[in-house]
Design a protein around this ligand. Structure first.
Ligand code: SF4
Length: 151
């Protein structure tokens, strides 16, 4: 069983009210092989919402209190991102998921790369907050683009 970023299965939970649908991910959910969750929504953020990026590090640094998540308008949303990460781990435990397929490049779900906090579309190495929290707690995190390449 996988935990999966809800936007990959077609839920309109992206910051702009859109999704990142791919039929491969919808099929996993329909076949009861994956359960979708959007950590930013369960962290209490609205949809649509102002985009956010991690400043001062990556998701691992956010967990350590050494970096923060801010919106493009300068609002600190670190607390909501941490709540979403904890809820994601809770759901992973409930459904017995040992693996999570997470949307590339997201400040919550990114597994390898995230935007650098400048809001200029620049990527840097690192994990989003939920990816980092799941990883720290023994869940294997799989980048959605890598998962599709392996299909
Ligand atoms: Fe998708 Fe994750 Fe962003 Fe939610 S937080 S929209 S699940 S990438």
């Amino acid at each position: 069983m996988y935990l999966i970023s809800a936007c990959l299965a077609g839920m309109n939970c992206k910051y702009n009210g859109d999704n990142n649908y791919h039929e491969v991910f919808e099929k996993l959910v329909k076949e009861n092989k994956a359960v979708p969750l959007c950590p930013e929504q369960v962290g209490g953020l609205s949809t649509p919402r102002t985009p956010a990026e991690i400043q001062g590090g990556d998701g691992l640094d956010v967990i350590k209190g050494k970096a923060r998540v801010v919106t493009s308008e300068g609002k600190d949303v670190t607390c909501s991102f941490l709540t979403g990460a904890k809820e994601a781990l809770k759901l992973a435990r409930i459904i017995g998921a040992k693996k999570a397929i997470l949307k590339s490049k997201s400040p919550s779900c990114g597994c390898c790369e995230i935007y650098d906090g400048s809001f200029k579309g620049v990527l840097k190495e690192g994990m989003g907050v939920t990816a980092a929290y799941l990883f720290q707690n023994g869940i294997r995190v799989i980048d959605s683009d890598e998962f599709l390449k392996s299909k």
